[in-house]
Design a protein around this ligand. Sequence first.
Ligand code: SF4
Ligand code: SF4
Length: 429
Amino acid sequence: MQTTFSLAQLADPNIAEADKILRACVHCGFCTATCPTYVLLGDELDSPRGRIYLIKEMLEQGRPAGEVEVKHLDRCLSCLSCMTTCPSGVHYMHLVDHARDHIERTYERPAADRWLRRLLAAIIPRPNLFRLAMAGGALAKLIGGQYWLPKRLAAIVALARMPAMPRKTDEPGITLALGARRGRVAMLAGCAQPVLRPEINAAAIRLLTRFGIEVVVAEGAGCCGALTHHMGLEEPAMRAAKANIAAWHREIERGGLDAILVTTSGCGTTVKDYGYLFRNDSVWRDRARAVSERALDITEYLARLGLPAVAQARGLRVAYHSACSLQHGQKVIEAPEQLLSQAGFEVLTVPESHLCCGSAGTYNMLQPELSRGLRDRKAANISGLKPDLVATGNIGCMQQLEPAIVVPILHTVELLDWAHGGPKPVALG
Ligand code: SF4
Ligand code: SF4
């Protein structure tokens, strides 16, 4: 694609980067067929190619974002399905992240939208606040708040669950390897996941330590910053990323880290991108790169570790839902299914597995109608397989699909821990 940025504009490294990405696009439109919003709405402006044109014109003209750009970019899930499909290697993620930052800096959102975004950005990354908000939402749901509250709030209340009690596994500390130590890793405790399903990291730590891996939850590490980053709120996102980088760097210096493991694939995509986010920052660049180089999804690490064959197959039919952040964002495709199958589960592939379930961070709260459409489509595809349970690698997808599916939904690592000698997952009763 031809671009017309001036030399003065190209002096800004972010514009120079956007220019490079835009030039890689050859307008072929292959990406439209796999874009969930285009599949649902059929509007070119709700396709990757349409959005790329909108971003190009907005940035080239160096003007503030307008209603049209905001409408169609807000509808983008950042699912990155378009990046998997694109034959030209267009890095849509970096382009849309830059455009979102531009929107937040130049566009005055209507007051209700602005406050809702501020509220979500302030609450979700802070586990104690999020726990309180979830409890409040769950109580409001008990008295039918999802039916009588204003539309946007009602959509959020509908998603609320009574939060879990905090667990020791999410607090900073070290869990020693059982037997001879084979490795040492850090694990991201995260922000929303320990409130919603603390069993996930507990299962990961049990499994890792059983196979000789020491696990560190680093003091000072917390939210990865993905949530605010995808809302275009760069300042809190970079602050969260810096806290994690500093915390893990201290652990690298203290005892070495073979890997930094993430059990929420949405967060994993962002932690792997820290090196890029700080590419122009001479103070943080090297440490950010060292973190990104070590970042792995839990299933990637377990596949490298090589788990032994299980003595007894469970004989359960597991529909594996591949989270977008894992399959498109991190290109981790085979490891989860292989691990589950080696652990004795019958793994079923979900039709239209490339399409997003509509969770996408805060998307299900900010775009509830589109999100529900995608959720119901995904739920129908899963239910058609008649599985005994569903496995996935992202807490957002688990929360999103739970109300629409009758069988239990578990994190892949909960099933692996169970198959390799851990307790039966709570979700299986
Ligand atoms: S598939 Fe890639 S090159 Fe083709 S229109 Fe989409 S982004 Fe551009
Ligand atoms: S990230 Fe997903 S929703 Fe956004 S343009 Fe790409 S395929 Fe479409």
